[in-house]
Design a protein. Structure first.
Lengths: 147, 112
């Protein structure tokens, strides 16, 4: 692998590894906090249906514009999913699998950092796939507000 | 990698020890471009759950990290990586502020 880092960056004592947020020492309490946070969040969403409970934070976009955003319905969908109703979950938000994959990735990446492992560079999708993903989200955003 | 001077563990590729400042041996061939983060997962999460308008630039910059790396532009990929991270934070804070605003409004409403 050839390095294309400018001499200026090297002279300033910066390395790409440092600039891309290096590894921090292992913090077991942080890992424990992450895991218990996830467990509590799942328990709350399982026990209280976001469709009826009032304490869930609202979607900022929907609050400001009255329109649905591409993520609207995801919390209600997770509630349905946790109760084993896959069809109802996908009806509330068909992009739920994408949403859960991204959330799962972020959780694992944060857990890795908390355990003092090097950061994950990210899901290395080819740029074309990321553009397609963006187009899908934007199209869904428009379509779900049309009717 | 561990500092030969004080024994502190440092990032692989870090130029000097974070504890005592001792210069660290650099890996052959320089830092690894594959360690540059694209923040794609974070960008998708903030787009769907916090703030769509600010999350979209984060996804765009995540895509740029990959295409610039593929073109051999490590410096450019680093710039895109930092921008992706910045937009993730903007979206997160923006969404959080609107929620906070809503909560404050709700509290004021109950007080009246």
């Amino acid at each position: 692998v050839t390095s294309a880092v400018s001499p200026a960056a090297v002279a300033e004592g910066r390395s790409p590894a440092a600039m891309t947020e290096g590894r921090s020492p292992a913090a077991p309490w942080r890992a424990a906090a992450l895991c218990s946070g996830l467990a509590v969040a799942l328990a709350v969403v399982f026990l209280f249906n976001p469709a009826t409970a009032a304490f869930y934070p609202p979607c900022p976009f929907r609050l400001l514009t009255g329109l649905l955003c591409p993520g609207c319905g995801a919390t209600r969908a997770v509630h349905q999913l946790l109760h084993g109703r896959v069809g109802a979950a996908l009806a509330l938000n068909p992009l739920l699998p994408l949403y859960l994959a991204a959330l799962g990735w972020v959780f694992l990446a944060q857990l890795r950092l908390a355990l003092g492992r090097p950061p994950l560079a990210g899901p290395r999708l080819a740029a074309g796939w990321i553009w397609a993903l963006l187009a899908l989200v934007l199209a869904f955003w428009v379509v779900r507000n049309l009717h | 990698m561990y500092c030969t001077q004080c024994g502190t563990r440092n990032d692989d590729g870090a130029p000097r020890c974070g504890n005592c400042g001792e210069p660290l041996p650099q890996p052959a061939g320089g830092p690894w471009p594959e360690s540059i983060r694209n923040y794609l997962a974070e960008a998708i999460v903030v787009t769907l759950c916090c703030c769509v308008p600010f999350g979209i630039p984060a996804i765009v910059f995540a895509a740029q990290v990959g295409s610039k790396l593929a073109a051999g532009d490590v410096e450019g990929a680093l710039v895109s990586s930092r921008r992706a991270r910045t937009w993730c934070w903007v979206a997160l804070v923006g969404g959080g502020l609107v929620c906070l605003f809503y909560v404050v409004l709700g509290l004021l409403g109950t007080l009246k």
